[in-house]
Design a protein around this ligand. Structure first.
Ligand code: ADP
Length: 348
């Protein structure tokens, strides 16, 4: 339940290396229902001092920050009665919660273009705050993905902690969460969503994440990955539990075949890359869960995008390495953890 004492407290931003995430509040009956990423959460109740409405979500590429400024100016400032300057620009006093590196990098730009001052919140604090908010308040938020099946989980609030939060953005952060505001960043890897997108662009000439995903959807990683069966003449290495289809070396066939990049289909390259990144993160996550005796691992960040192949690869990696002991779990609002945490900090 959010109580709004100031006019602009209905917007929070998470400005990351690749994407800007916005969470904004829209009261019932308000016309700003547009949500770039097609999602909203109903919040509030009918208590007389509480505004009821929806949390809406939007995202923009950080390199196209002007689109984001325009969206805020037209859809959010414009709808905030009493906060807009008569000449169409916003007045000086507006303060919004902002997190991510861009809260520092772009503070002057937002001030200059929109008259918005950033009330900066710590990035890890917001990620954890957002994850806890979702897990505790939003029904059917967390789910597992195994054998092509999504299974929603009923989270017992008393039994939520500790858990491992793995946020896969441009880079990857792994955070051990012990309670509200109680957490420690225990690990991370620079091989994250930015690596997938960056290498993918170089290798396939794709121009966008969506294009790259679409390609990967039609590819076959076995064309380019070296499998156990490729080394063992088609049979399993059963003594140590490796099936013939297990990947022995990501992209490994590219050397043995003596082929050039042009000889491979971009679809297969994209698929192999997606698999490599997802597998690696799943494995590192599991190792960190093992290190701290954590049974539950929640994965967030915009890299996942609800994509079945990505979730399946991560789930299989966690299942395989933990011998079924640990579980990979996903969140419906995976990409908005930081922005939601910044939003939730209005009520702290
Ligand atoms: P950050 O805060 O570092 O920007 P995000 O959680 O927003 O991290 O995730 C960014 C990653 O999400 C990108 O590196 C890319 O792999 C993936 N991604 C998903 N959708 C898009 C998109 N529309 N444009 C660019 N990257 C996207």
């Amino acid at each position: 339940v959010f109580r709004f004492s100031t006019q602009i407290s209905h917007l929070a931003l998470d400005i990351g290396g690749t994407l800007i995430k916005l969470v904004y509040f829209s009261a019932n009956g308000d016309s700003i229902e547009e949500s770039r990423d097609g999602g909203s959460i109903v919040v509030g109740n009918n208590g007389c001092s509480v505004v009821q409405g929806r949390l809406c979500f939007a995202k923009f590429e950080t390199r196209k920050i002007d689109d984001c400024l325009e969206f805020i100016r037209l859809n959010i400032l414009h709808h905030s009665s009493g906060v807009q300057h008569p000449n169409g620009t916003a007045c000086d006093k507006l303060s919004v919660k902002a997190t991510g590196g861009g809260a520092f990098k772009f503070a002057d730009l937002f001030k200059e273009k929109l008259g918005i001052h950033f009330d900066k919140e710590d990035e890890m604090h917001c990620l954890v705050g957002g994850a806890n908010f979702l897990l505790k308040t939003v029904p059917r938020e967390a789910f597992t993905y195994l054998d092509g099946q999504k299974k929603f989980l009923q989270i017992d609030h008393k039994d939520l902690y500790p858990y491992l939060l793995v946020n896969i953005g441009s880079g990857v952060s792994m955070i051990k969460v012990d309670g509200d505001g109680k957490y420690e960043r225990i690990s991370g890897t620079s091989l994250g969503g930015g690596t997938f997108l960056g290498l993918g662009k170089l290798l396939t000439k794709c121009q966008s994440f969506d294009e790259l995903l679409e390609l990967s959807h039609h590819g076959n990683n076995r064309v380019i990955d070296m499998l156990v069966g490729d080394i063992y003449g088609g049979t399993d290495y059963s003594k140590i539990g490796l099936s013939s289809t297990a990947i022995a070396s990501s992209f490994g066939k590219a050397i043995s075949d003596g082929k050039e990049l042009e000889d491979y289909q971009p679809e297969d390259v994209a698929r192999s890359l997606l698999r490599m990144i997802s597998n690696n993160i799943g494995q590192i996550a599991y190792l960190n869960a093992l290190r701290f005796g954590l049974k539950r691992i929640f994965f967030g960040g915009f890299f996942i995008r609800g994509l079945e192949y990505t979730m399946d690869t991560i789930s299989v990696a966690v299942h395989f390495w933990s011998r079924g002991e640990a579980k990979a779990m996903f969140l419906r609002h995976e990409g908005f953890l930081g922005a939601l945490g910044a939003f939730a900090s209005y009520k702290e």
